[in-house]
Design a protein around this ligand. Structure first.
Ligand code: UD1
Ligand code: UDP
Length: 384
């Protein structure tokens, strides 16, 4: 029987992390020939992930430019991906999540009538400008996709509400939890010398990661001011902040936070280090999507630095709170948790609303079922 050729497209750090377990599984599957193409919308941050998870790309469009525009990424990715799609003629294209690479990958495949499988489908805020441009990238992916790998039942419902045929939607869990299962170890030793020498017992670590386009400017300044207020109010806290490579993010974060004696600004950490740092932190403050999904699995409370989130499952599970980007509101919410140990303990519970570590396996099995290589689809993911 002919091998199924599956072309996976990856552009940024989170796509790399979330596609790594799936791409490895596809490579190990006898019926499948897996081809990996990078747009390299991110460069250093993606290379870090590829080397850590031992992923080797077959193609690399190398399109990142400093302070790139959405139009630049979209246009370059569409043109570059078209050539690869024409050359490889895959049976299916896989894209992950909500980045501009993902949207351009779906569109490039659609123009050549190649079916698209969308990993992490159906997340919605219903606000087209938050997150920007990811909410609309997701909706475009959903209109184009042939198979929708919804991480949770809520994301499945979002897709059905938009008229997506139910037989094309599969609840798989999120592959980020598959990746997380391989990274956190109790005796982990950090490569970074500062983290290796850090005494996690003597301070309460506030771990911060913020980079969203809609937060750049005033909201990120408010976030930094709130962090300074918290450091002043709680002398036993220490702020660790691996700063995203986006120059607009770095400029604000370094201007407000550099030089404080209880702040360490770090370069983006490799994902093993970052996950183990999350596991040792007291409180996580972030506008990142992936971190919102990982923190509940590690039993770490999260304050979400956004006005809306497309990942409300952790809010419902009681392990995350929506803090927004207003200085006073962030300080109030974080202070309540830093003062009140029972409120903190109620949030610091492990929960797994996003996955059980078997999402890649389900996605692979749905693909095989779709192409008639399995008699039935896998059982859906259901949180315990
Ligand atoms: C992108 C995604 C966002 C995702 C984020 C993950 C879009 C529109 N945005 O946002 O959904 O949450 O990635 O981190 O797809 N840069 C580097 N080196 C790197 C990566 C970035 O120097 O390895 C700098 C470059 O100057 C680049 C800028 O950061 O132009 C912005 O990168 P870009 O991918 O456009 O946007 P992100 O904010 O990273
Ligand atoms: N992450 C990482 N190193 C860091 C910060 C984050 O490896 O210094 C990981 C994190 O664990 C998560 C992913 O990056 O898996 C999230 O990516 P990002 O925040 O860039 O994008 P988003 O999820 O917001 O789209």
């Amino acid at each position: 029987m002919q091998e199924l050729k599956i072309l996976s497209i990856v552009g940024t750090r989170p796509e790399g992390i979330k596609m790594a377990p799936l791409v490895h599984l596809l490579k190990e599957t006898a019926e499948i020939k897996s081809v990996l193409c990078l747009t390299a919308q991110h460069r250093e941050m993606l290379d870090q992930v590829l080397s850590l998870f031992e992923l080797k790309a077959d193609y690399d469009l190398n399109l990142m430019k400093e302070s790139q525009s959405l139009t630049h990424i979209t246009a370059r990715a569409l043109e570059g991906l078209e050539k690869i799609i024409l050359q490889e003629k895959p049976h299916m294209v896989l894209v992950q999540g909500d980045t501009t690479t993902t949207m351009a990958g779906s569109l490039a495949a659609f123009y050549h009538k190649i079916p698209v499988g969308h990993v992490e489908a159906g997340l919605r805020t219903w606000d087209k400008y938050a997150p920007f441009p990811e909410e609309i990238n997701r909706r475009i992916n959903s209109v184009i996709a042939e198979l929708h790998f919804a991480p949770t039942d809520l994301s499945r419902k979002n897709l059905l509400r938009e008229g997506t045929p139910p037989e094309k939607v599969y609840v798989t869990g999120n592959t980020v939890i598959d990746a997380l299962k391989t990274t956190v170890q109790p005796g982990f030793v950090f490569d970074d010398p500062f983290l290796r020498g850090f005494d996690f017992d003597s301070s309460r670590v506030l771990l911060v990661e913020a980079h969203r386009r809609e937060n750049i400017g005033r909201p990120l300044q408010e976030i930094c001011l709130a962090l300074l207020d918290l450091l002043q109010a709680f002398p036993d806290t220490f702020l660790l902040f691996p700063v995203h490579k986006n120059p607009a993010v770095r400029c604000t974060v370094y201007r407000y936070l550099e030089g404080h004696h209880r702040v360490r600004l770090l370069e983006p950490l490799d994902t093993f280090s970052f996950h183990n740092l999350m596991a040792r932190s007291h409180l996580i403050l972030t506008d990142s999507g992936g971190i919102q999904e990982e923190a509940p699995a590690l039993g770490r409370p999260v304050l979400v630095l956004r006005d809306v989130t497309e990942r409300p499952e952790a809010l419902a599970a009681g392990t995350a709170l929506l803090a927004g980007t207003n200085r006073e509101a962030i300080v109030k919410m974080a202070s309540d948790l830093l003062h009140d140990s029972s409120a903190y303990a109620a949030m610091a519970r492990a929960a797994n609303p996003y996955g059980d570590g078997r999402a890649s396996e389900r996605i692979r099995d749905v693909i095989l079922y779709y192409f008639g290589r399995r008699p039935s689809p896998p059982e859906p993911f259901s949180p315990i």
